[in-house]
Design a protein around this ligand. Sequence first.
Ligand code: PNS
Length: 163
Amino acid sequence: MLAICPGSFDPVTHGHLDVIERAAALFDEVIVAVGRNSAKNYLFTLDERLDLMREVTGEWPNVSVEALDGLLADFARAKGAGVLVKGLRFASDFDFELQMAHINAVVGSVETVMLPASSQWATLSSTMIREVASYGGDVAAFVPDVVARQIRRKAKGMEHADG
Ligand code: PNS
């Protein structure tokens, strides 16, 4: 069965990779769908997020990476994917993911499988990483080396306004 791991991955973290690797062990094939959440301000462009994701998932033969443009349910149907895989950390993730799962089931006839985040990464979020990185903090513990390097490069060009 083909599964889709959707997200904006800005940046991709060890927590995301843990979920993607476990999905790749559960399903025949996994497409990581790198999308755009209109409510977010991005650190990395879509092309950068696609390149980084391809680099850090390159060792997994049944994982591919594609851009998600438009509705996830339409994307899943076009690819013939039967299932979406989401990582769950807190109860608040569940509330939101349950709503999305219901919408995607009705609109796209696609099932959602929720994997509990591994305890090591259970509180990790890209939002926190962007926040720390914007102050020049070290996020190397939470992301692959290539991502940490790209964040350092970006952070040099970022400045914090005090008000
Ligand atoms: O990293 P995120 O914010 O969890 O990624 C969210 C993303 C891009 C996967 C999500 O916003 C998405 O699926 N966008 C496509 C539009 C869509 O299908 N929305 C869900 C139905 S309400």
